[in-house]
Design a binder for this molecule. Structure first.
Ligand code: AMP
Ligand code: ZN
Length: 467
């Protein structure tokens, strides 16, 4: 079994991955807040952790991995969309409209991420399904002196965990207070104390609790859902590095204080951010777009995924149109090469080795280029499938295939070259074209009536593009 090495944010080193139980390797990844379509940046953690999920399944067996990714369906932004709809005349209570918005967004999300070749996690809990467990966890934190109720709110007392708070992100509480934009509230004992529970209005979603009608804070959701589905100690916790502080720091504080005998997450993995054409994605710069937008424009999901995989997850990645176009050319070439080839049973062992080295996806892609050059096409195909890139739909991308019109175009070029050669008596261009067509797997039949090009078994339309 290949040893998987992963860079653990907690220890800041690349470590050999040793699961708590090889029978059930457990991973939790923070999922989206479901108020709107996923933008391209949101798709990065999905693809990164999908590759890790596939690698874990390959290494430990598909039935021995549990991947949980939540949906945050309690949030001011979801409430705001529901309110806007109600004001625009939509029927139903605010609570119903909130639910509608969440359901709709989850449907979009699963569709768009599926188009990127992401497998669905084993469990996709929604925060609203785990409110009772969150309340129980908050009560336990109060009972242990780690949290306190004040004015309808419950706050986590950071001072009760002061020695450890900040360990993941490498900051001390004092540094954090100095540098952070914390919400100052009169009921907070320490300005860093964060919300576990807060009041809700009568119209907005809310739940009865010992502290009155209200709703959970964001951080407690992940602590409660990971505990319920994976237990007090599990193997991997992932998310974007924008979540490291305060979200992950707060998850650790809550979970370790509520379950002091547990380890919570052993390994923390964080993906770097995605930019667009060298700039942070933002609505004001006009470079903000969703995965759906790209798919609608005809950029295939496989191409988006392939571009993502070219950058290591711990490096910032830049989405550019050029990368997307280059990816189409490469995948088109591999599609033509593997069209009539059966996939090998196993993916290439060097591809697996690259991925096992802290998810070196760019190294894996370099290896795919080698497999293509060495004509190890069955293995190329199985390795592409393993990486979540299924080229079987590539025919729908508007690729130049062995279609008559494409071949007719190249035949016309040869007819023209021959005509010019008859005049100049220089046949070098004719010879060059003939050699190139042969190399692309076309049989060249020339007669005085014209030119006929017949694709053979090894025909590769991509090679014609360079002619
Ligand atoms: P949110 O719905 O904002 O909580 O984000 C969902 C996920 O997308 C989190 O794991 C974020 O870290 C991640 N994310 C958001 N923006 C980007 C970005 N520009 N690049 C990479 N990941 C991002
Ligand atoms: Zn989380």
């Amino acid at each position: 079994m290949t040893t998987i090495k992963l860079h653990n944010t907690r220890t800041r080193t690349k470590e050999d991955f040793v699961p708590i139980s090889a029978d059930n390797v457990r991973m939790y990844v923070c999922g989206p807040t479901v108020y709107d379509r996923a933008h391209l940046g949101n798709a990065r953690p999905v693809v990164v952790f999908d590759v890790l999920y596939r690698l874990l399944r390959h290494t430990y067996g598909a039935d021995h991995v549990t991947y949980v990714r939540n949906f945050t369906d309690v949030d001011d932004k979801i409430n705001a969309t529901a309110l806007a709809r109600q004001q625009a005349g939509a029927e139903g209570t605010l609570e119903q409209l909130v639910q509608e918005r969440s359901d709709e967004t989850i449907g979009w999300y699963l569709h768009d991420m599926g188009a990127l070749g992401a497998l669905e996690p084993n469990e996709m809990p929604r925060a609203t399904q785990y409110i009772a467990q969150m309340i129980a966890m908050i009560e336990a934190l109060i009972a242990k002196g780690h949290a306190y109720a004040a004015e309808g709110h419950v706050l986590f007392a950071v001072d009760s965990w002061k020695e450890h708070y900040g360990e993941l992100s490498g900051r001390s509480v004092d540094d954090m207070i100095a540098g952070a934009r914390v919400e100052v509230a009169p009921y907070k004992k320490n300005p860093m104390d964060f919300v576990l529970w807060k009041p809700s209005t009568d119209e907005l979603p809310g739940w009865d609790s010992p502290w009155g009608r209200g709703r959970p804070g964001w951080h407690i959701e992940c602590s409660a859902m990971s505990y319920e589905l994976l237990g007090e100690s599990f193997d991997i916790h992932g998310g974007g590095n924008d979540l490291m502080f305060p979200h992950h720091e707060n998850e650790i504080a809550q979970s370790k204080c509520a379950h002091p005998h547990g380890e919570f997450a052993k390994v923390w993995l964080h993906n770097e951010m995605l930019q667009v054409e060298g700039k942070k994605m933002s609505k004001s710069l006009g470079n903000f777009f969703t995965v759906h937008d790209l798919l609608e424009q005809g950029v295939p999901g496989e191409v988006i995924r392939f571009v993502f995989l070219q950058t290591h997850y711990r490096k910032p990645m830049d989405w550019t149109e050029k990368k997307a176009n280059d990816a189409i050319k490469t995948l088109r070439h591999w599609y033509n090469q593997t069209l009539d080839v059966d996939a090998a049973i196993e993916p290439d062992s060097e591809v697996i080795q690259c991925l096992s080295n802290d998810l070196n996806t760019s190294g894996a892609i370099t290896r795919l280029h080698e497999l293509s050059a060495q004509k190890e096409l069955g293995t190329l195909k199985s390795s592409l499938n393993f990486l979540g890139i299924d080229l079987s739909r590539a025919i729908e991308w508007g690729l130049p295939s062995a279609s008559d019109s494409v071949i007719a175009h190249y035949a016309d070029r040869l007819v023209l070259a021959r005509k010019l050669a008859m005049q100049s008596k220089d046949f070098s261009e004719v010879d060059r074209l003939k050699a190139a067509y042969l190399a692309a797997g076309l049989e060249v039949r020339m007669s005085k009536d014209g030119v006929e090009l017949v694709p053979g078994a090894g025909f590769d339309a991509a090679k014609l593009e360079e002619v």
